[in-house]
Design a protein around this ligand. Sequence first.
Ligand code: NAP
Length: 239
Amino acid sequence: MNIDFSGRVIVVAGGTGGLGRAVSLAFLGESAKVTVTYRKEAEFRELKDSAGQTASSLEGREIDVTDEDATAEFINGIIARHGSLDVLVNTVGGYAGGVKFWDMKTNVLDQMLALNLRSGYALARAAMPAMLKAGHGSIVNVAAKAALDHAAGAAAYAASKSAALTLMDSLAADAKGTGVRVNSILPSIIDTAANRLAMPDSDFATWPKPQDIAQVVLFLCSDLAKTIHGAAVPVYGNA
Ligand SMILES: NC(=O)c1ccc[n+]([C@@H]2O[C@H](COP(=O)([O-])OP(=O)(O)OC[C@H]3O[C@@H](n4cnc5c(N)ncnc54)[C@H](OP(=O)(O)O)[C@@H]3O)[C@@H](O)[C@H]2O)c1
């Protein structure tokens, strides 16, 4: 399978995170121009180091992507600089759980909605005008298995991921026939450093690797997936 992103302009929100990092490096490996959002300068520097010879195609910006104005300014800046925006991948998100609904603090619901719903909303709102004008583009939003499978102890998380999936489904319906494709992926658990620390006794071998999920994202964003629009792709592996 040959996926070539030569010269394509890609934004990976949360591109220094556990999954975002792998997605960013995979796009760079296919000759794309990648801009990531980050929150910690040190994590961006680390990504830059990992990018090796492709580091010159990597840019980064410290930004809160739940802030709609800041996000619009960021995306417009990329379009002004590069002349287009071909791909938007949103890997920003967060988890809160282990608490019964009636014990949950209300601010946790607000946090989950901001991280898991508002991030994708602000980013897609900012990207869509230019993509519609160009008549092409691809958006992949990272939801979660919890969007469909609502386990105990994570009501706010599940609700926010479910809403994120619904948002992208509705956006896909709006974008039908425009040349802009919108899809979601649904990880269950990912083999990230943070998860290994949090669950040291787990069998890491069963957890999908960020690099493997990144390949699914690249496929969805590539012309090979031109018939895939409005999908929610499970990336559970054997987890
Ligand atoms: N890891 C899993 O097992 C798993 C399972 C199912 C779904 N997912 C979903 O997959 C996606 C990626 O997960 P991950 O494990 O890679 O998460 P992660 O390592 O926490 O990466 C997310 C990145 O987004 C950044 N971020 C957080 N809030 C932000 C904001 N307001 N504006 C800009 N950036 C922000 C984080 O920065 P900080 O590090 O500074 O917070 C981090 O760099 C998320 O949507 C997550 O919910 C993950």
